[in-house]
Design a binder for this molecule. Structure first.
Ligand SMILES: Cc1cc2nc3c(=O)[nH]c(=O)nc-3n(C[C@H](O)[C@H](O)[C@H](O)COP(=O)(O)O)c2cc1C
Length: 209
């Protein structure tokens, strides 16, 4: 099974260029657009995506005000994130939504251009990623401009497989447990280089970089 990262639909992908922001008065003449990339990652999958985004944006000449793990609320690094014009915010999937700490940051992004990214244990169904990104989006204030989003599958901890194995030991015919184990094993390779490249491409297109 080939699992792909997935961009959000065009309904969520309104592009606004630097020129358009100048016209709107959001950026002054001669002012350079600044970017922040921030992620919540427990096991390293989403951090890998965030680091790749940071590398790619820096290579494209973007000014990065911050690139790193989600700072604590009120920390100086949070102020760096909130000073950027455009924020790329990523999270692992926690029960269908983003990390609650990232949700708190998203709520502070009024007036920002935002690109959402993430990783999830379940892959293979683009509609699933879109639903999760839709849940992340709900934490944004009305004044944030969502440029787009992209997700890919990410490996899960060994404890999760053991849980499915226990279900299967109790009932070897349990088709759901079998499917969960197959998905767990498929996830072990993710994020792949292909996943990273697709998310980077989606972000650069959405950001006009
Ligand atoms: C407590 C917990 C809840 C999770 N909930 C979901 C979920 O609802 N949907 C999903 O697809 N993956 C879920 N996962 C899997 C992780 O989101 C996935 O492995 C992700 O890639 C982890 O990213 P990280 O390495 O950046 O922490 C969950 C994992 C844990 C530990």
């Amino acid at each position: 099974m080939r699992l792909q990262s997935r961009r959000m639909g065009t309904t969520l992908a309104a592009q606004k260029t630097k020129d358009a922001m100048r016209r709107d008065g959001a950026l002054g003449e001669g002012q350079i657009m600044s970017y922040a990339i921030v992620w919540a990652s427990k096991g390293g999958n989403t951090a890998k995506v965030g680091e790749e985004l940071a590398r790619s944006l820096a290579a494209a000449g973007a000014e990065l005000a911050y690139a790193g793990a989600l700072p604590s609320a009120g920390a100086p690094e949070e102020a760096q994130v909130l000073a950027a014009d455009t924020v790329l915010a990523g999270s692992w999937t926690d029960k269908g939504d983003c990390d609650p700490a990232l949700a708190e940051l998203l709520a502070k992004l009024d007036g920002k251009r935002v690109f959402l990214f993430g990783t999830a244990g379940f892959g293979g169904d683009p509609a699933y990623f879109e639903r999760i990104l839709g849940n992340f989006k709900k934490h944004l204030p009305a004044g944030a401009e969502l440029l787009g989003g992209a997700m890919c599958q990410g490996k899960m901890g060994a404890g999760i497989r053991r849980r499915y194995e226990a279900m299967l030991a109790e009932n070897p015919e349990d088709a759901r447990a079998q499917a969960m184990i197959a998905n767990f094993d498929a996830a072990l390779a993710h994020p792949t280089d292909d996943d990273l490249a697709q998310i980077v491409t989606a972000a650069r297109e959405a950001l006009g970089l």
